[in-house]
Design a protein around this ligand. Structure first.
Ligand SMILES: [Zn+2]
Length: 75
C-alpha cells in the first residue's frame, strides 16, 4: 500500500505477527527499517500479539531487517 495516500495515519491500526511451525501465532516486532519508515510517516499504532495480549510492535532497540541479514549473509 502507498502510505502517502493515507492522510490521517493515526486512524490506522496495524497488526503484525508470525506463525511458528505448528501454526501458532508468534509475536513479531518492527525491525530497524520498518521503525524508520513508520517514524517517517508518523505511524505509531503498530501492534503484535504476545501470548493472548496485544502489545506495541515498536521496540526501543529494533533489530536489523531480514533483508539486511540475507544481503550480508548473517543467516
Ligand atoms: Zn521490519
Amino acid at each position: 500500500m502507498d502510505l502517502q495516500n493515507y492522510k490521517n495515519t493515526s486512524k490506522i491500526d496495524i497488526y503484525i505477527w508470525r506463525y511458528d511451525n505448528s501454526m501458532n501465532i508468534k509475536s513479531c516486532y518492527c525491525c530497524n527499517a520498518c521503525t524508520q519508515l513508520m517514524n517517517k510517516y508518523n505511524i505509531t499504532n503498530i501492534y503484535t500479539f504476545n501470548k493472548n495480549k496485544i502489545e506495541s510492535a515498536i521496540v526501543k532497540n529494533p533489530g536489523v531487517s531480514l533483508a539486511y541479514k540475507i544481503k550480508n549473509k548473517l543467516i
